[in-house]
Design a protein around this ligand. Structure first.
Ligand SMILES: *Cc1c(COP(=O)(O)O)cnc(C)c1O
Length: 226
């Protein structure tokens, strides 16, 4: 069941890439297992999914104990006092939204000798319920210091599209984010700024058209959440 859904999602990613004139190999699939139990994770891995995402530290910690051979990404907000739980569990944190959190994470990762890739979360919709940087200039300014922190490697930007029906509005928000991503690449010529994480079940084809390199898919793979 999950393997068939994966096949279908991969086909949709491939045709969206083709329509955009892009190589499908440029686009990575992150499978979001939040709210689903451990057996779902095991099935996902058996189907060949290797990049997995969770949005809460505690839930992930319980669910992923002893799971080997996967790359787990934190895609939900990271509280500064939870930074110590990242080493050993998440190899990526996609939700960096302040220098203070990045510094706390860097310290914990350095202590644990755990290298961690990070993305800056940009709030492209301006919706107040969403976390992330709302001010792009502040984000790019802090990026300079975040890129210099030990044990963290700054890899790009993550965003959540606006929750609206209007595809053009979603495309505009993704396009703005893509331009910020390009500015970040220009700002960090010696860095490895290669990841633009945008697109979920409802909008990943639009995100691919606007340059996404990583789509984060939950419901289309695992069914609706409670
Ligand atoms: C839940 C979640 C997703 C996946 O959402 P679907 O709509 O189920 O694909 C992607 N990104 C983030 C940050 C999420 O919290």
């Amino acid at each position: 069941m999950i393997c068939e859904r994966l096949e279908r999602v991969n086909e949709r990613i491939a045709s969206a890439a083709q329509r955009a004139g892009r190589q499908v190999s440029e686009i990575h699939l992150l499978a979001v297992t939040k709210t689903h139990p451990r057996p779902v994770v095991e099935e996902a891995i058996a189907c060949g999914m290797t990049i997995l995402g969770e949005n809460r530290v505690q839930e992930a910690d319980a669910k992923y104990a002893g799971v080997a051979g996967v790359e787990l990404h934190l895609i939900g907000h990271l509280q500064r006092n939870k930074a110590r739980s990242v080493p050993g569990l998440f190899s990526w944190v996609e939700s960096i939204d302040s220098i203070a959190t990045a510094e706390a994470l860097s310290r914990r990762c350095a202590d644990a000798e755990w290298p961690c890739s990070v993305l800056l979360q940009y709030n492209c919709s301006g919706e107040q319920t969403k976390s992330g940087y709302s001010d792009p200039e502040l984000m790019l300014e802090e990026a300079i210091r975040i890129a210099a922190l030990p044990s963290l490697e700054l890899r790009g930007i993550m965003t959540i599209g606006p929750f609206v029906d209007d595809t053009r509005e979603i495309a505009r928000a993704f396009s703005v984010t893509r331009r910020l991503f390009e500015r970040l690449q220009t700002q960090q010529p010696d860095g490895r700024i290669d990841t633009l994480s945008m697109g979920m079940t409802g909008d990943f084809e639009t995100a691919i058209a606007e340059g996404s390199t990583e789509v984060r898919i939950g419901s289309a793979l695992f069914g609706a959440r409670e």
